[in-house]
Design a protein around this ligand. Structure first.
Ligand SMILES: [Zn+2]
Ligand SMILES: [Zn+2]
Length: 466
């Protein structure tokens, strides 16, 4: 019953810190960790803040009026409501670009908090908190997947064939909590937040090339200097994050090659356009030749999943098809392969006289996390969840359309642990994915702490240096 826990106890012990750079201000005192240094000295476990223990931060909030104290108290107080909100979203998942009820629920709750959400065309919304220039954007995706929900919980999906099996219900609820908490801080702190935080609730992450492009085309990223996101990771314990500078996901495209030609009798291949032979040459030579034309450090991987042509032993067919996926670890390689692929296909198939029709459907580029933004979010997480809460994560060969935002401005996406310590390791995009609900308020805290840290840094930058 991992997901039923309302008072999670995320383990933060163990694991190696990722970068030294990010530790610089991890010791900054905050309302949520008043005795962090003492606790760290006594042992890692003791340094853990209680994820949803409202008492300590609330007491501090009464004594101080810093945004940190206000938001910590607000998230603690909001947690039961956030858990309920997430369960409702989980029970009523909506597919990509169909997230109308989800958008309505988010808009209603943000409006109740005194905010003014702006609906995007179709589904999804953008909402600003605070005043003045935009300091940063925080993004959550909001769509579900076309698979059956297999979890045996009373908040399992009520929609056959649709499930929040990628954890976007957790992302959007965490961002909602952060928005409400930041708004409270803005209202109650003298001078407010000192800048504007843009919340982006993005539709359609699960389809190619991704709803991020729609969001960007509607101007939501205009004047946004940096952007952050979290993604659930069931391979990491709740209370920890996985982080990485540089590419953290991969590019994934689909390649389809259709050949047509003049068929005939296999006894007279010279009178035909032998497309079975040409298909074979393409299937073997195309991946290997790409490997000779493009720097292997880009790790281009072209793997075929389908090849078909003909249905008789003695007939050269007149059409055939080859389909596969093309993956790549970085943007440069991704762009290079798109340039060389059409000519290469023509050259390999050329001698056989067949007509070639190449369809290279580009997916998303890799998410390339920028160094400064990784340092910032890691530092915010360490302050919030404990010194040992950050671990290095491997680059995934999967895709994420957050990559599109990072082609416009710097930013970082981190993997947020959702596994109950000692519990089952699930996988995303599987119907049985069960997320430790402790990750819901933690997502809110990561978003909030990141926003406050960016705002802090920009406020200092405006101080006279005398
Ligand atoms: Zn997904
Ligand atoms: Zn996802």
């Amino acid at each position: 019953m991992a997901s039923m826990s309302l008072n999670p106890d995320p383990r933060t012990a163990g694991g190696a810190p990722l970068t030294e750079a990010a530790t610089a201000d991890a010791d900054r005192p905050t309302a949520t960790r008043p005795n962090a240094a003492d606790a760290e000295a006594a042992g890692n476990d003791a340094a853990r803040p209680e994820a949803v223990n409202a008492d300590a931060p609330r007491a501090d909030a009464a004594r101080t009026s810093t945004p940190d104290a206000t938001t910590a108290a607000a998230i603690a107080e909001l947690t039961p409501e956030l858990l309920e909100f997430r369960r409702d979203i989980h029970a009523h998942p909506e597919l990509s670009f169909q997230e109308f009820a989800t958008t309505d629920k988010l808009a209603a709750r943000l409006e109740a908090a005194g905010l003014t959400p702006r609906r995007l065309e179709g589904s999804g919304l953008v909402c600003d908190v605070g005043e003045g220039p935009i300091a940063l954007a925080l993004r959550a995706d909001i769509d579900a997947l076309p698979i059956d929900d297999l979890i045996a919980e009373d908040f399992a999906s009520t929609v056959p064939g649709v499930a929040h099996a990628c954890g976007h219900d957790v992302h959007l609820t965490g961002l909602l909590g952060a928005g409400i908490a930041l708004q409270r801080a803005h209202e109650t702190t003298p001078g407010g937040l000192g800048g504007r935080v843009r919340l982006i609730f993005q539709p359609g992450e699960e389809v190619t090339p991704g709803g991020a492009l729609r969001v960007i085309s509607q101007g939501a990223l205009d004047d946004v200097p940096e952007i952050y996101a979290v993604h659930c990771d069931p391979n990491v314990d709740v209370g920890r994050i996985g982080s990485r500078i540089g590419a953290i996901t991969a590019a994934g495209d689909t390649v389809t090659i259709r050949l047509t030609g003049h068929g005939g009798h296999t006894s007279r291949p010279h009178l035909t356009e032998d497309l079975v032979y040409a298909l074979g040459k393409l299937a073997t030579d195309l991946p290997s030749t790409l490997g000779r034309l493009i720097d292997p450090r880009h790790a281009i991987s072209l793997v075929w999943g389908e090849i078909s042509a003909g249905h008789a032993a003695n007939v050269v067919p007149s059409e055939g098809i080859l389909r596969g996926t093309l993956r790549c670890l970085d943007v440069d390689g991704w762009n290079q392969v798109a340039e060389v692929l059409p000519e290469l296909v023509e050259r390999i198939a050329g001698p056989y006289g067949v007509k070639v029709d190449l369809e290279h459907r580009r997916g998303v580029p890799p998410v390339v996390n920028t160094e400064d933004q990784v340092a910032l979010i890691e530092s915010a997480v360490r302050t919030e969840l404990g010194e040992n809460s950050v671990q290095l994560t491997p680059q995934s060969m999967g895709g994420e359309d957050f990559a599109w935002y990072l082609t416009h401005c710097p930013g970082a996406l981190v993997r947020m642990g959702t596994r109950t310590p000692g519990g089952i390791t699930y996988d995303i995009h599987q119907g049985d994915l069960l997320i430790d609900e402790g990750s819901v308020p933690i997502a809110a805290r990561i978003f909030t702490a990141t926003a406050l840290k960016v705002l802090d840094g920009k406020r200092e930058a405006l101080q006279p240096t005398g």
